[in-house]
Design a binder for this molecule. Structure first.
Ligand code: ADP
Ligand code: MG
Length: 343
């Protein structure tokens, strides 16, 4: 079977998923294609165009995080975790080809998981597929990551971003206006502190939520009255970010691109000052983008501490050759699907 999964960029709503808040990610027209041919054997062997060593995995590998994280090469951990959650009936071999940058924040990991799961015969109902792949990512990495990436790359509709409410995982497709462009620019910084800081921020949010309930649903007045200054700033980011997701969605619907861009820039400042997940390099890149003619707004996207910035612009406004780091114009793509071999 041949399956394709897009990557994704989060337009607005970061560090809201594990707080029962809101986010508006968009699947992109860069992605990963996995081809798998069953052979009746006991091993799943995949070769990736971006990796020197194949992933060669026992068909009966257990879903044991300790065991999975000892597997080499390291990308085979994702394949093994998918094999252990999907449990295909037969081994076989195949290939992984991707047009996504790997490790840049466009969710090449979710694309690899979801495309591999589909190619191995996993059912394709988006919510079940996303849950299976989230479980696999957590087991493969040991990080308690949320379900946003897997959900949007599974469920997206072409031409639309996906509004996700993490309180109940309800979703709404939000059409992208035709007269706008989404540009993703790499900051040139690898996401060095990302994992430890992510765990730290989660713990801080959990500490506040323990007393007050999920931060994504908190009354702003309650958030602003938290006595501990650090927790108050973290809660203020989550509460105001959810309001910005709502405002941004409304602005897209009414074609208010200036308003949408302003909310993106406010989101960046909140992530920088209140949530403290930006870097001087990311701040400088956002500021530079905001100063270009035809740019409505820009913000760091993803967990932070490096990775990518996303900008909303007039079509063709940014000359990507003027950007010194890798950059991509992306369009809202459909979610993961079988390309051939399905029923
Ligand atoms: P992101 O998801 O933002 O790209 P991650 O660090 O979450 O970054 O995931 C990147 C990892 O996923 C890579 O280090 C590699 O192990 C795996 N991966 C993703 N895409 C591929 C691919 N096409 N081939 C092999 N491994 C891949
Ligand atoms: Mg990832």
């Amino acid at each position: 079977m041949v399956a394709h999964s897009p990557g994704r960029v989060n337009l607005i709503g970061d560090h809201t998923d594990y707080n029962e808040g809101l986010a508006l990610p968009m699947a992109v027209d860069l992605g990963t294609t996995v081809t798998f041919v069953p052979d009746g054997g006991e091993r799943v062997v995949l070769r990736s165009g971006t990796e020197p060593e194949p992933a060669d995995v026992d068909l009966h590998v257990p879903l044991d995080p300790g065991l999975l994280r000892a597997i080499e090469p390291s990308w085979a951990r994702y394949v093994a975790a998918i094999v252990s959650t999907v449990r295909p009936s037969s081994g076989g071999s195949g290939t992984v080809d991707s047009t996504l940058p790997i490790g840049a924040g466009l969710s090449s990991s979710a694309a690899l998981e979801v495309a591999t799961a589909l190619a191995l015969g996993c059912e394709s109902e988006p919510m079940a597929l996303a849950r299976t792949c989230q479980r696999a990512e957590q087991a493969a990495t040991g990080v308690p990551t949320g379900i946003m990436d897997q959900l949007v790359v599974s469920a997206a509709r072409q031409g639309c971003a996906l509004l996700i409410d993490f309180a109940d995982l309800s979703m709404r497709h939000v059409e992208m206006p035709p007269d706008v462009e989404v540009v993703v620019v790499h900051s040139g910084e690898t996401r060095a502190l990302e994992r430890s800081a992510y765990a730290e921020r989660r713990a801080e949010c959990d500490a506040a939520a323990h007393r007050l309930g999920p931060l994504g649903r908190l009354d702003p007045h309650v958030a602003l009255a938290i006595p501990d200054a650090l927790l108050r700033r973290r809660a203020r980011h989550v509460v105001t970010e959810c309001a910005r997701v709502r405002g941004f969605t409304g602005a897209l619907r009414s074609g208010d691109l200036i308003g949408a861009g302003r909310l993106m820039s406010e989101s960046h400042r909140s992530l920088a000052r209140d949530f403290e997940v930006s870097t001087p390099g990311l701040d400088a890149l956002v500021e530079w983008l905001e100063g270009r003619p035809g740019v409505f707004g820009a913000r760091v996207t993803g967990a932070g501490f490096g990775g990518c910035v996303v900008a909303l612009t007039e079509p063709g406004a940014l000359d990507l050759r003027a950007v010194r780091t890798p950059a991509w114009r992306v369009r809202a793509a459909r979610g993961a699907h079988l390309v051939s071999g399905g029923h």
